[in-house]
Design a protein around this ligand. Structure first.
Ligand SMILES: NC(=O)c1ccc[n+]([C@@H]2O[C@H](COP(=O)([O-])OP(=O)(O)OC[C@H]3O[C@@H](n4cnc5c(N)ncnc54)[C@H](O)[C@@H]3O)[C@@H](O)[C@H]2O)c1
Length: 307
């Protein structure tokens, strides 16, 4: 599989490339970035380790290099200026994103190419990507709450001193303020976490999950390793047609009474992209949280699409 990462010279894109290199599943990784030197430097650094990592082709390229990709991962983005509002940043990122989509129209894209949107606001850009490029819904997915879910599971394990890989718990809905913790099905080694953790502990773990992104930005400028692993998990699930069920962002088709809005529910991932979006039985307050996220996303969508 050939994977191109647009924004591959940045923190998230290069960490995703490293996770893909360590995973050893994809055959070819192209790093594309407006900052060509950064893309070239990251590609060279990765290439230097390839004798110890795996038999992959890793290189920097311009946008033409994304031609014939099986999967294109979008991590290009702008950072917030001091005193800039959230909506102003969203508008700048939407313009940037549209300009990248325009440049993608100029190259030869495989019909089965899958797009993984990581740039924020990820749920809004996933919908924009699909509608603006007119690409099939199943072939455009957002990273959604994959990172939030990973953080949630890891933080639960840390709090209870349990093995992180044996914690099974989800964050669903919006990748943002309205993200929703799903305690109804959360388990460690099959034991319900709603019974093992007191409500106060649950609230504290969720608070840490919700503020994790801001905390990492404050301490080191931005997230990298965990999001890179999350991106690699999604890409490798698709590459291997594993039919893993992951909380990626995808347009809803009636789940919990919601239509069109892109947000994260458990979705089956295979070689064709999103094979199905599931609607698990949840507690009423969890469904209400997902619906609140949908309302927030619809409001942003109306603002950016000029309705
Ligand atoms: N969905 C998630 O879970 C998640 C998690 C972390 C970060 N993010 C988002 O990922 C994005 C990237 O974050 P980062 O920390 O890597 O930022 P960064 O600034 O380190 O990297 C962004 C890169 O995009 C490049 N870029 C800008 N315009 C471009 C263009 N037109 N074409 C190609 N490349 C271009 C920049 O040169 C830069 O290298 C941001 O939008 C961030 O909010 C999403």
């Amino acid at each position: 599989m050939k994977v191109s990462i647009i924004g591959g010279g940045g923190r998230v894109g290069s960490q995703a490339a490293f996770a893909l290199q360590c995973g050893g599943i994809v055959r070819e990784i192209a790093l594309i970035d407006a900052n060509a030197d950064m893309a070239a430097g990251e590609a060279l650094d990765l290439l230097h380790g390839s004798a110890l990592a795996g038999d992959q082709r890793i290189y920097a390229a311009d946008i033409q290099g994304a031609a014939d990709s099986d999967l294109i991962c979008m991590t290009a983005g702008l950072r917030r200026k001091p005193d800039e509002s959230r909506l102003a940043l969203i508008n700048r990122n939407v313009s940037l994103y549209k300009s990248i989509l325009d440049s993608l129209r100029t190259i030869s894209l495989k019909r089965h190419c899958i797009f993984l949107v990581v740039s924020n606001p990820v749920d809004v850009l996933t919908r924009l990507h699909m509608e603006y490029l007119g690409w099939p819904a199943r072939q455009v997915l957002g990273l959604g709450t994959v990172l939030d879910t990973t953080r949630f599971r890891s933080l639960i394990a840390h709090a209870g001193n349990w093995p992180p890989t044996q914690v099974d718990a989800l964050i669903l809905g919006e990748h943002g303020d309205a993200m929703t913790p799903i305690w109804s099905s959360a388990t460690v080694a099959g034991m319900p976490l709603a019974k093992l953790l007191a409500p106060r502990q649950q609230a504290e773990i969720f608070r840490q999950t919700q503020t994790a992104g801001a905390q990492v930005i404050k301490l080191k400028g931005g997230a990298g390793y965990a999001v890179g692993l999350g991106i690699a998990q999604v890409i490798q699930a698709i590459a291997l047609d594993r039919r893993l069920i992951l909380p990626v962002s995808s347009p809803l088709t009636g789940q919990y009474g919601l239509q069109k809005v892109c947000l994260s529910l458990p979705a089956v991932l295979g070689r064709g992209g999103v094979e199905a979006v599931l609607e698990p039985d949840l507690w009423p307050k969890e469904i209400a949280g997902i619906q609140a996220g949908a309302r927030a996303l619809e409001e942003t969508w109306d603002k950016i699409s000029g309705k």
